[in-house]
Design a protein around this ligand. Structure first.
Ligand code: BGC
Ligand code: NOJ
Length: 814
């Protein structure tokens, strides 16, 4: 069963009922101002940081679900309704929501009145714009009232929830009513900080307004049935403490078949630090006025929408696929790349599953997000790499998370996740392969955000690499620390011997627990590191790195192989984890994917065996589960992983993030059909028809799908913010379709199902356009027989990069 359909021409997903199984959301904004918006108009806005700079409030875990948003109410006679159905839930005569790239359009029809809201955040501006178009579909005149409503958050979203003894007395607003526009300024905090406020405006003289939530809703009223709307009036309230809100009332007459459009704006204004105002409670409206002059008209709104569409067309033109598989094309060309942008912007901070007040930017998460983003806007990726590197410690370890606004490491969480350092190499290598811009290696960037302690990025990468080489355990495998990629495998949670090399509170590392997964990472990214050294002219260092990588391979072959698959780890007591000797959790997905991706055990035939074991033991119809057998009780020596019931999250859930690792691993062995089968199992476009089971948005990946041991096998959770987006795009674009940036140029190395007879990819790469056609009439799964580049045969599968050639016509025959 599905709840909508893909409209590929408009690059939209069209939702046909407001009652989706869960709110189905979209993200507006791709620079500094963001809004989460659901298919019923729910969600909230923030500037840069969902915790520290929250403009509107949201109530998590609320019942009914998703009943806070930026809403419009229509009072038409005695009927009160919302174009997105929520929060009044008045039944609509027709409904549709279109989530597009950076904009959302939702439309309701009730009693022959159509109301269509288009919401977007314009490129280059810090505001959300909504155009509401009202259309009288009837043959008689209509007199209606339109009410808008937003509930302000008092900026710091944590303080907003836990310090109301203060907040109930800080709220301040100012209302300015003009002939052609009406504004509500949300000034709370301005007195104290003098640098920011919000403006909420409409391009019309309003007939009434409210800024005190209690006045608008009624003391015991709710957004489902605001008292003012029910009464057909407004209180013209001026919030004085308590809960400031913004609401405008427009009384509108519509002749038969007449339409009218209005533009609403919610903007963030920041004054320069030195722009101190004499009387601090009086806001400087200069910038707010400029913003409104720029955007508060229908023409400007329409231009902003066109500009946004152009922006996305341009971004997506960097990688486009034509193939005889509509679902594959829509994921590659639209939705997978779109989700990569969202994960790049949000890391794991703000979604309908991440509160925005918990996790900020994850070190490992954001490094991986780069893999799917770097081709979209390389310059932004460059800056991100430097920002991330600046949260690294001198010894190579890193803060596990940092705050997007301040870009400073989060000391509460600290460091000690021993995979983190290597992800920095992964991100930097992806950037170098994409751009060939080695100047980034010379960029100075701090350790621990200390401007007085800076080093070139190259030095940061060196510390990353050596962190692992200098933190090896009894089997010469990397020490795991607090956890590796699998946050829930806390093998030292019981260990009493902390390692002093960790610099922050909360970080502890036993001297024994080791990770085979990190070993796989070290081999894969250690090779990249060696190549980076070579490009930087550091030959000796490159040779040393290669030698260390070789030693790690030997350590894995000696102590990381379990007979049929790669072992997962050794715990703090030196006992095996992820071994046939274990009672539960005998095989884990992560080392199978990563070690094979890194090429470990390929020539020895172990890689084949490991992937066979994955297929036999971990595969299900909805994807590959993380481990088997699931833990049935809490294992003190393993930690959080066994805290989940069987089949959920890291305890044998289908943790989508590492399914692409196995798919890539299959391409390493040349198994195109199997790689594609794995790709399809968790790919949204192929799952639309089980949306009722899956429940999360049909157009994006979720972090987790309940595994076969769970009661709700096949149900997804934690949509949007997951490394699955970046890894899947890497998999499908670089390994399955095989158009892969390498240090020396673009490599053509497809590994596809034999049923795919060929495909065409247009790829923008280092200032040139590549038109690549791959012919698979031979029904092969891997391997290029002939390669022609601009008419000239080329040996191997690497297109030599030529500085002045800006257009390449590439024809490859498999
Ligand atoms: C979750 C992980 C998550 C971690 C860090 C755990 O509870 O299961 O998926 O990465 O918390 O917040
Ligand atoms: C989600 C986290 O964001 C990510 O960093 C981690 O690798 C996975 N959970 C697995 O635990």
């Amino acid at each position: 069963m599905n709840f909508g359909y893909f409209d590929d021409t408009n690059k939209e997903y069209v939702i046909t009922t407001p009652q989706t199984p869960l709110p189905w959301i979209n993200y507006l904004g791709c620079e500094s101002f963001f809004r989460l918006i659901s298919n019923t108009g729910g969600g909230y806005a923030f500037y840069k940081d969902a915790k520290l700079m929250r403009l509107t409030r949201y109530r998590y875990n609320n019942a009914p679900l998703d009943s806070n948003g930026h809403y419009y109410y229509i009072k038409d006679g005695s009927t009160v309704w919302n174009p997105g159905w929520q929060p009044s839930q008045t039944a609509l005569d027709a409904y549709e929501c279109r989530h597009g790239l950076g904009y959302t359009i939702y439309k309701g029809i009730k009693n022959e009145l159509e109301a269509c809201v288009t919401a977007l955040v314009p490129i280059g501006a810090d505001c959300e714009l909504n155009k509401i178009s009202l259309k009288n579909l009837s043959d008689s005149k209509k007199n209606i009232s339109l009410y808008s409503y937003v509930e302000f958050c008092l900026w710091n979203a944590v303080e907003d929830m836990n310090n109301f003894q203060k907040n109930y007395s800080t709220g301040e607003v100012e209302v300015v009513k003009g002939d052609s526009r009406s504004c509500i300024y949300h000034k709370t905090e301005y007195r104290e900080r003098r640098n920011h406020y919000a403006v909420y405006a409409v391009n019309a003289a309003c007939d009434g307004f409210d800024t005190a939530r209690e006045s608008f809703l009624g003391t015991y009223g709710s957004p489902a049935a605001p008292q003012s709307v029910g009464n057909g009036t407004s209180c013209n309230s001026i919030a004085d403490g308590w809960q400031p809100c913004g609401s405008f009332r427009l009384d509108i007459t519509l002749e038969p078949h007449e339409s009218r459009d209005f533009i609403f704006m919610l903007g963030y204004i920041e004054n320069p630090a030195d722009d101190k105002w004499e009387a601090p409670q009086i806001i400087n409206k200069k910038k707010a006025n400029e913003l409104m002059e720029h955007f508060l008209s229908i023409k400007d709104f329409d231009n902003a929408l066109l500009r946004l569409k152009d922006y996305w067309s341009h971004l997506l033109s960097g990688y486009t696929l034509e193939a005889d598989d509509e679902k594959l094309c829509r994921m590659v060309n639209i939705w997978n790349q779109y989700q990569c942008m969202v994960t790049f912007n949000m890391s794991r901070s703000a979604s309908y599953f991440e509160s925005g007040i918990g996790r900020g930017m994850g070190f490992r998460d954001s490094c991986q997000d780069l893999l799917g983003f770097v081709h979209l806007i390389p310059d932004k990726a460059r800056q991100r790499i430097l920002d991330i590197a600046s949260t690294q410690f001198e010894n190579g370890s890193a803060y596990h998370q940092y705050q997007p606004l301040t870009k400073k490491g989060n000391a509460d969480i600290g460091s000690g996740f021993n995979d983190d350092p290597l992800w920095l190499i992964a991100g930097a290598a992806a950037y170098l392969k994409e751009t060939g811009d080695y100047s980034i290696l010379d960029e100075m960037t701090p350790f621990d955000s200390n401007p007085d302690n800076q080093a070139p990025l190259m030095e940061h990468l060196r510390r990353s690499f050596h962190f692992t080489s200098t933190h090896l355990g009894p089997h010469n495998l990397p020490l795991i620390g607090r956890a590796d990629w699998n946050d829930c495998l806390n093998l030292n949670c019981f260990s009493t011997v902390p390692d002093e090399s960790f610099q922050t509170a909360g970080a502890s590392e036993g001297p024994v627990a080791e990770s085979v997964f990190i070993a796989g990472m070290y081999v894969k990214y250690g090779r990249d590191y060696a190549q980076i050294c070579r490009h930087a002219g550091l030959t000796k260092e490159a040779d040393d790195a290669d030698a260390q990588v070789e030693q790690m391979i030997q350590a894995v072959l000696k102590s990381g192989w379990d007979g049929e698959w790669f072992l997962r780890a050794y715990d703090a007591a030196g006992k095996k984890v992820g071994s046939h000797e274990c009672e539960e959790g005998q095989i884990f997905i992560e080392p199978q994917g990563f070690c094979v991706m890194a090429g470990i055990g390929v020539k020895e035939g172990l890689a084949e065996k490991a992937l066979e074991s994955v297929k036999n033991r971990l595969d299900t119809k909805y994807g590959i589960v993380l481990l088997q057998p699931a833990y049935t009780y809490y294992h003190l020596e393993l930690g959080e992983i066994s805290s989940y019931p069987e089949g959920y999250k890291e305890n044998a859930g289908i943790f989508c993030h590492n399914n692409p690792w196995v798919s890539i691993a299959e391409t390493v062995l040349g198994h195109g059909s199997r790689a594609f089968e794995i790709y399809k199992k968790i790919c949204p476009a192929y799952l639309q028809d089980i949306s009722d089971l899956h429940r999360t948005e049909a157009y994006v990946y979720s972090q987790m799908i309940a595994g076969k041991d769970a009661c709700r096998f096949g149900e997804a959770k934690n949509s949007w913010l997951t490394g699955t987006a970046a890894w899947t795009f890497t998999n499908v674009s670089q390994y399955i379709l095989g158009i892969r940036p390498e240090f020396d140029g673009l490599c053509i190395d497809p590994c596809i199902p034999e049923t795919l007879s060929g495909f065409t990819v247009t790829r923008h790469f280092r200032g040139a356009v590549y038109h690549i056609h791959v012919d698979n009439s031979a029904k092969s799964q891997k391997g290029i027989k002939t390669l022609l580049v601009n008419g000239t045969p080329v040996e191997g599968n690497m297109i030599p990069y030529q500085k002045d050639v800006t257009e390449y016509h590439v024809s490859a025959i498999m």
